[in-house]
Design a protein around this ligand. Structure first.
Ligand code: SF4
Ligand code: SF4
Length: 179
């Protein structure tokens, strides 16, 4: 059975799995002056796309945080924006996963890949998945498996996968130009 409660439990578990895990075994923000916390945010859209139900964790918004509607990735999307610093415990899931993204394949099996939106900002991208901490990659994979167990999260991941696939299409492909 899939209910919003189960979906919220999955979200909380995924966030907990990534509570302490970071892309490198040291503070990668020192490499880039925390570039993903500046400017346009990890989604390059002026904020981070919240997962379904995640807005409920920000009813009392921390200082500097704001939530706005944004349908650029998928209908009903909500973006969390910040002022470039936060308490680690308050980080949205998108920030905990960055520079990775959780996608669904045709069989709706989750998998993890470098998020193409990270290319303009993250110096870890050229090293690929192998350049990231194995513990971090494994925690994101585990979180992906947890999230994909509920229909609501799968619908979200499907929408995000479609968006990322469009970004990955070569510009010279006619359909790639129709964003
Ligand atoms: S941009 Fe990449 S290297 Fe820099 S803090 Fe963010 S995840 Fe770490
Ligand atoms: S919410 Fe925190 S981790 Fe995410 S972009 Fe803002 S400062 Fe960085």
């Amino acid at each position: 059975m899939n209910t919003p409660d189960l979906s919220f439990q999955a979200l909380e578990k995924a966030r907990a799995l990534l509570a302490d895990s970071t892309p490198l075994n040291r503070d990668c923000g020192r490499l880039c002056a925390a570039a993903c916390c500046q400017g346009e945010g990890v989604d390059c859209r002026g904020g981070m796309l919240l997962f379904p139900g995640e807005e409920g964790l920000y009813q009392a918004l921390p200082e500097g945080f704001a939530i706005t509607p944004d349908e650029g990735v998928l209908p009903g999307g909500r973006l969390l924006s910040c002022q470039g610093f936060c308490d680690r415990a308050l980080r949205p899931l998108a920030c905990r996963i960055f520079p990775l993204a959780i996608l669904l394949d045709e069989a709706e099996t989750p998998w993890v890949a470098l998020d193409p939106r990270a290319w303009p900002i993250c110096p870890l991208m050229p090293s690929g998945l192998e350049g990231l901490s194995a513990g971090f990659v494994s925690a994101v994979k585990e979180a992906a498996g947890v999230l994909a167990q509920t229909a609501e999260m799968r619908a979200f991941l499907r929408g995000q996968t479609r968006f990322i696939r469009r970004l990955q299409k070569p510009l010279w492909e006619e359909s790639g130009a129709a964003l």
